[in-house]
Design a binder for this molecule. Structure first.
Ligand code: NDP
Ligand code: HSE
Length: 442
C-alpha cells in the first residue's frame, strides 16, 4: 500500500490508485471519468488518478471498464496494494460498511455515496478515519450533486445552525410532483422513477422515508455536532398520501412534499421526516421533480438555499468525483467534523408543535362535527378551518377536512385516537402536518 502524502510539485506527484466497489448507475460514470482523464483535466498539481481495479457482482454483464480490471471479490480491491483510494458505490449497509472499515484500517482513503452506511455507522467510521490519518468523504451521500456536506463540514463551522429543512429524496418528490400535476397512479410513477435511475432498488427505502431519514441524520450530525441515532429520528413515508389529500391541500393553498428537518426546539434537537403541507407561496413548494433542496439557517450566515439534482448518475458522480479529486489534491488534509462538547438533547416527535391537517370520513348526519370539535376543544386544540368535501349520498358519508391552529403533537395524537372511536366517524383518513413558515410557526 502506498500513501504518498509528500510535498512534490505537480509534475513530480506520484499517481494514486483508485479501487471502485460497484460499477452500477453511479459507478459507471465515475469509472468513465477516471478512464478518460476528466479527473486530471481541471486540477493541475494534484496526484494523477489511476483506476486499478473494480468490483461488481455479475462478471458477465457488459461494462465500460476493461475486463482485466474487474473482479467479483470486494476484498481483493480493498486489499489491493496498488489501491490508495477506495470508492464505495455498492449501496446498502453490508458489505459496504465492513469494506469501508477495512480500507480505513489499512490506511486507505475512502469516498462513498452510501447514506445508509454513513447514517448507521458514521460515528465509528469517522473515528476510524481519524485514528488512521486518512480521509473519509461522502458528499454524494446526501443531495446527489448538491454540495451540502462540504459547506456543513467546513465553510459554515463558525455558525450555530438553527435549522435545516430539506426535500432530500428525489424519488418521492418526483412521485408527489406527478401526483399533484396529473393525478397519476403511484405505482406507474414509481416504475418510471426506477427506470430513470432515481429510485433505490428496494422502493420502500424511498417511499417509506428511510432514505430521507438516513440523509437528515447525516446532516444533523454535521450541523449540530451530535450523534443522531436513527431511532431518535421521526420517520413517515408518502404511501398514506392520497389523491384526495393532494387535491384538498391544493384547495387550501398548499402543496404536499416529503420534508426532512432538524431544528433546535426549546433547547433540544428534533429530527423528523414526514409528508407536510407547504404553503404555495414559499419557494419550497415549487421545488419539483427529482430536484432536492436544503434550507440552512445559521446565526451568522442567515438563511441559505441549496438546490439541485438530488439523484441520477451524472449529478451523483459529480459529487463522488469531487471527493476523489479532493483527496488527490491533498491526501493529508484531514478535517475532523464538528463535535460539540455538550451536544443538544434529542427530542421526541410528541414534543413537536405545528398546525395540522386532519381528514375524516364521517356519516353525513347532524352532530358529527360538534362531537369532533368538542374532542379537539377538550384538548385545547383550536380549529382554523373546516371543509366538507366529497359527500357520497349513496353511502351517506362525507369527507371532513379540518385544519388546526398550532397544537402539540402529543395532544393531537390523543385527540385522533378519541375521534377514531366516535361511532359516526367511519374512518380517520389522514393526519398531515402543516410546515411552519414565518407567522404560522406558532
Ligand atoms: P447500483 O445498484 O446501480 O450499483 C451498485 C453496484 O454495486 C453494481 O455494479 C453492483 O454489481 C455492485 N455491487 C453491489 N453489491 C455488491 C457486492 N456484494 N459485491 C460486488 N459488487 C456489488 O447503485 P447506484 O449506482 O444507483 O448507487 C450506488 C451508491 O450511490 C448507493 O450508495 C446509492 O445510495 C448512492 N446514490 C445513488 C444515487 C442515484 O441516483 N442512483 C444518488 C445518490 C446516491 P452488479 O452491477 O454486478 O449488480
Ligand atoms: N433514491 C434516492 C433519491 C437517490 O430518490 O433521492 C439516492 O440518494
Amino acid at each position: 500500500m502506498g500513501l504518498k502524502h509528500g510535498t512534490m510539485t505537480a509534475s513530480q506527484r506520484d499517481p494514486l490508485g483508485v479501487g471502485l466497489l460497484g460499477v452500477g448507475v453511479v459507478g459507471t460514470v465515475v469509472a468513465q471519468a477516471l478512464l478518460d482523464g476528466r479527473t486530471q483535466e481541471t486540477v493541475p498539481g494534484s496526484h494523477p488518478l489511476v483506476l486499478k481495479q473494480a468490483a461488481i457482482r455479475d462478471l458477465d454483464k457488459d461494462r465500460s471498464v476493461p475486463s482485466d480490471l474487474l473482479t467479483s471479490d470486494v476484498s481483493s480491491v480493498v486489499n489491493n496494494p496498488e489501491v490508495d483510494i477506495v470508492v464505495e458505490l455498492m449501496g446498502g449497509e453490508e458489505p459496504a460498511t465492513a469494506s469501508i472499515a477495512a480500507a480505513l484500517k489499512s490506511g486507505k482513503h475512502v469516498v462513498t455515496a452510501n447514506k445508509e452506511a454513513i447514517a448507521k455507522n458514521g460515528d465509528e467510521l469517522i473515528a476510524l478515519a481519524e485514528a488512521n490519518g486518512v480521509r473519509l468523504l461522502y458528499e454524494a451521500a446526501v443531495g446527489g450533486g448538491i454540495p451540502i456536506i462540504g459547506p456543513l463540514s467546513s465553510d459554515l463551522l463558525a455558525n450555530r445552525i438553527q435549522s435545516l429543512r430539506a426535500i432530500i429524496n428525489g424519488t418521492t418528490n418526483y412521485i408527489l410532483t406527478r401526483m399533484t400535476a396529473q393525478g397519476e397512479a403511484f405505482d406507474d410513477i414509481l416504475a418510471d422513477a426506477q427506470a430513470l435511475g432515481y429510485a433505490e432498488a428496494d422502493p420502500s427505502a424511498d417511499v417509506d422515508g428511510w432514505d430521507a431519514m438516513y440523509k437528515i441524520a447525516i446532516l444533523a450530525r454535521l450541523a449540530y455536532g451530535a450523534s443522531v441515532p436513527l431511532d431518535s429520528v421521526h420517520r413517515e413515508g408518502i404511501r398514506p398520501v392520497t389523491a384526495a389529500d393532494i387535491s384538498n391541500a391544493a384547495t387550501l393553498g398548499y402543496t404536499i412534499k416529503l420534508i426532512a428537518a432538524a431544528r433546535l426546539e426549546d433547547g433540544g434537537l428534533l429530527v423528523r421526516v414526514h409528508p407536510a403541507l407547504i404553503p404555495n407561496d414559499v419557494p419550497m413548494a415549487k421545488v419539483d421533480g427529482v430536484l432536492n433542496v436544503c434550507e440552512i439557517e445559521g446565526d451568522l450566515v442567515g438563511p441559505l438555499w441549496l438546490q439541485g439534482r438530488g439523484a441520477g448518475p451524472d449529478a451523483t458522480a459529480s459529487a463522488v468525483l469531487g471527493d476523489i479529486i479532493r483527496v488527490a489534491r491533498a491526501p493529508g488534509s484531514i478535517t475532523p467534523p464538528r463535535k460539540l462538547i455538550s451536544p443538544p438533547a434529542l427530542l421526541e416527535m410528541s414534543d413537536y408543535q405545528c398546525q395540522y391537517y386532519l381528514r375524516l370520513v364521517v356519516k353525513d348526519q347532524p352532530g358529527v362535527l360538534a362531537k369532533v370539535a368538542g374532542i379537539l376543544a377538550d384538548r385545547n386544540i383550536s380549529i382554523d378551518s373546516v371543509l366538507q368535501m366529497d359527500s357520497d349520498p349513496e353511502r351517506g358519508t362525507a369527507d371532513i377536512v379540518l385544519t388546526t391552529h398550532p397544537a402539540r403533537e402529543r395532544e393531537v395524537q390523543q385527540a385522533v385516537e378519541q375521534i377514531s372511536a366516535v361511532s359516526s366517524v367511519e374512518k380517520f383518513a389522514s393526519l398531515l402536518r402543516i410546515e411552519p413558515y414565518g407567522d404560522s410557526s406558532g
